[in-house]
Design a binder for this molecule. Sequence first.
Ligand SMILES: CCCCC/C=C\CCC/C=C/CC(=O)SCCNC(=O)CCNC(=O)[C@H](O)C(C)(C)COP(=O)(O)OP(=O)(O)OC[C@H]1O[C@@H](n2cnc3c(N)ncnc32)[C@H](O)[C@@H]1OP(=O)(O)O
Length: 179
Amino acid sequence: MYARSGLLSQRSCSSHGRECATPVLAAQRRNNSTATKIAVEFDQSTGVAVMRLQGPPVNSLSLDFLTELCINVEKLEMDKNCRGLILTSSQPKVFSAGLDIMEIYGKSPERCGEFWRAVQEMWLKLYGSSMVTIAAINGSSPAGGCLMSMTCDYRIMADNPRYSIGLNETQLGIVAPFW
Ligand SMILES: CCCCC/C=C\CCC/C=C/CC(=O)SCCNC(=O)CCNC(=O)[C@H](O)C(C)(C)COP(=O)(O)OP(=O)(O)OC[C@H]1O[C@@H](n2cnc3c(N)ncnc32)[C@H](O)[C@@H]1OP(=O)(O)O
């Protein structure tokens, strides 16, 4: 979902010194899902977009989720009026539970490869963004959720002792591939 006044075009552009993605994007080619796990509100007057993660129950980062997130970041990146992006969660108590472990458990090497490429695409897009990016961490954010927030320029976390954040994935026996 992308809500804003005016039409969002997917033109190539070079304003604000940005290298814009080509209209046909890797993430878009991969996206078959019609469900919306990301809601974006763009405020023209401030130039700031808020991206709400709304993948119940815990915003786990599935291939579909990552694809939708990348497409939305790309769209905002191409909008020369968008200067800032706030990433937050609509789910209670959880920012993101990290990678969707069902995407890696018992899957073929090819499928795992596709999934890890999508993970890489997500953090490269956020880390390389020319927008000012802020993670408003309003819940727990383990492993991949922590990675996602680390790739933002700034992080603010809700002050609640029940919320945790960190790279705990080795406890599951998961080692991130060499990038
Ligand atoms: C820029 C630098 C680049 C370098 C990169 C370097 C390193 C980065 C490496 C990144 C690697 C990441 C690997 C991962 O992310 S693996 C996933 C790790 N995640 C976890 O271990 C989280 C486990 N979950 C929890 O701790 C909790 O669920 C919670 C998030 C704290 C929420 O707790 P609560 O509100 O109590 O909810 P439930 O526990 O009851 O869960 C509800 C529901 O959701 C399912 N679920 C939870 N987490 C996941 C998940 N990650 N994937 C898939 N499903 C998940 C859980 O099983 C419940 O399902 P049911 O209702 O069906 O039982």
